[in-house]
Design a protein around this ligand. Structure first.
Ligand SMILES: CC(C)(COP(=O)(O)OP(=O)(O)OC[C@H]1O[C@@H](n2cnc3c(N)ncnc32)[C@H](O)[C@@H]1OP(=O)(O)O)[C@@H](O)C(=O)NCCC(=O)NCCS
Length: 207
């Protein structure tokens, strides 16, 4: 199927579990060292996380359906306003603690706090862009990114920012091809050692 045959729509609360499944699948290499032997709990935690992001405000999720409307091919989150950090942080801590226990929760929150991001009112922030392995290289990520930029423009933003790990060469190629340029770089020995991510690049596109 060609990219033009896929469409992007706003996600509803019913899409939260499918978005969570896409994210866990797409970022499993990152989640495995964070959750350790409890990686089977990643899906439950991510479902809670996505739902919390939506109730705490500021993030709109976009999805692309696959061959039927019960299947998602890809998704992206777009932050256009700050969220209720207290709701998000408390809810996430509870979900982690319930599923992982206290020591693993402390460890997970330390690693999940990378990359560090500060909200900028003039910029929309793109997060958790992911396409299901079966649907890759058909232009869906490009489609979702374009829709995220349209949403940013409609929200009066001047630019779109995002983080990408320095070793994610496929994603880097996508962002560069779409006009994103490096605006900052964070190094972390911690994620370098445990996640094999030595650098996080902050990329920006002026709208
Ligand atoms: C990165 C990701 C979102 C790309 O999704 P996708 O739908 O396959 O990407 P597209 O088909 O829209 O690709 C557009 C362009 O990006 C580049 N690109 C995408 N994936 C690539 C890869 N694995 N290797 C090299 N270039 C790649 C290519 O230039 C591609 O154009 P082309 O196919 O005409 O050569 C997908 O591989 C994914 O979900 N990965 C896991 C999660 C992730 O890393 N997300 C990014 C977080 S920052």
């Amino acid at each position: 199927m060609k990219a033009e045959q896929f469409t992007v729509r706003l996600a509803t609360a019913e899409d939260d579990p499918a978005i969570a499944a896409l994210v866990v699948d797409g970022f499993l290499d990152k989640f495995r060292p964070i959750f350790g032997s409890r990686v089977d709990r990643a899906l439950r935690i991510m479902e809670k996380w996505v739902a919390l992001e939506h109730v705490s405000g500021g993030v709109t999720s976009l999805v692309t359906e696959g061959y039927s409307n019960s299947e998602l091919a890809g998704s992206v989150g777009v932050r256009t306003a700050p969220s209720r950090e207290d709701v998000l942080a408390r809810g996430l801590w509870r979900a982690l603690n319930r599923n992982l226990g206290l020591p693993r929760t402390l460890w997970a929150t330390t690693l999940l706090s990378y990359p560090r991001y500060s909200y900028r009112a003039s910029e929309a922030y793109v997060e958790r862009l992911v396409v299901s392995p079966a649907f890759r290289r058909q232009g869906i990520a490009r489609l979702l990114l374009t829709a995220a930029e349209d949403l940013a423009r409609e929200s009066g933003k001047e630019s779109v920012g995002l983080h990408v790990s320095g070793n994610n060469l496929g994603a880097l190629r996508l962002y560069e091809a779409e006009g994103y340029v490096e605006a900052g770089r964070q190094r972390s020995f911690l994620t370098g050692y445990f996640l094999d991510i030595r650098e996080w690049l902050y990329l920006r596109k002026e709208l």
